[in-house]
Design a protein around this ligand. Structure first.
Ligand code: ATP
Length: 262
């Protein structure tokens, strides 16, 4: 049984099909890349797994997490899914925070509100995770406000918050796209450790094909709502089977020795 699986999933918004019969699975401890042009339906596929499609979406097919049918879940079961099973990290970390609340409020929110943890226990858990995410003096940080942090620091905080309830799957939706390359590499390091230490499955959505090749075990290529290719990451990069993946790879700039587009 896969950790998360989409089977023949079709999603449409009024008047437009977005996903057309896609199959996708993520196993425990596996990093699956989901790549494709803007608008190809990557985030829609991810939100299906998190049980977070908008009410206006028409959905057919099957969505399961740990073998449980997500489409049939009650609001309480969906809340539990998003707390205990699936964490989500998106591109713009600042949007996750309330600007007038200290960051500790956001970091401990799931533990306090959904799992009923006492404040001190929640603080202790997130402080440990913040340290793992490369943040120094985490205890003092809890009282600081979002505007006091850079985007890279905020993204580490978002990852610590997402890992706090120990989800089995993390959806990283362009989670490193807005960051400089050094911070990006550090965030990938944090995700790799979480996968190795906790057996976390990761659905890694990105426009960045070389990054997907380096980080993912398997890559699924989406075009206009359809899966056009699925391969081991290295194999895809070395020898794409579909003309579309070959086109995407050909569009990746190759730098010559002077760092100029060749
Ligand atoms: N709530 C919604 N109502 C109507 N259309 C939507 C809704 N959410 C997404 N769409 C449309 O669905 C299509 C796919 O969007 P989606 O965000 O899944 O693509 P994506 O591949 O993740 O794109 P990007 O890389 O730009 O984030 C887009 O054309 C988008 O405008």
């Amino acid at each position: 049984m896969s950790l998360a699986e989409l089977r023949d999933l079709t999603v449409g918004f009024p008047g437009r099909p977005i996903l057309r019969g896609i199959d996708l699975r993520v196993e425990a401890g596996e990093v699956v890349g989901l790549v494709g042009e803007s608008g190809s339906g990557k985030s829609t596929a991810a939100m299906s797994i998190a049980g977070a499609l908008p009410a206006s979406a028409a959905v057919s097919g099957q969505i399961t997490v740990d073998g449980r049918d997500v489409l049939g879940m009650s609001p309480a079961e969906l809340r539990e899914l998003r707390t205990r099973k699936v964490g989500v990290v998106q591109q713009e970390p600042r949007a996750a925070f309330n600007p007038v609340r200290p960051v500790g409020h956001f970091l401990t929110e799931q533990l306090r509100t959904n799992l009923g943890w006492p404040q001190q226990d929640a603080d202790d858990r997130v402080v440990g995770l913040m340290r793992e995410c490369g943040l120094r003096e985490p205890q003092a940080m809890l009282a600081r406000y979002p505007h006091e942090f850079s985007g890279g620091m905020l993204q580490r905080l978002v990852i610590a918050a997402a890992l706090a309830p120990e989800p089995e799957l993390l959806i990283a939706d362009e989670a490193t796209s807005a960051l400089d390359v050094t911070t990006q590499a550090e965030i990938i390091g944090i995700l790799s450790r979480a996968r190795a230490d906790r057996g976390l499955g990761i659905l890694f959505i990105t426009h960045d094909l070389p990054l997907a090749a380096a980080f993912c075990d398997r890559v699924v290529v989406l075009r206009s709502g359809e899966v056009v290719e699925e391969q081991g990451a290295r194999e895809l990069f070395a020898a794409p089977k579909s003309a579309y993946a070959a086109e995407l790879l050909a569009a990746v700039p190759v730098l010559d020795e002077d760092g100029v587009d060749a």
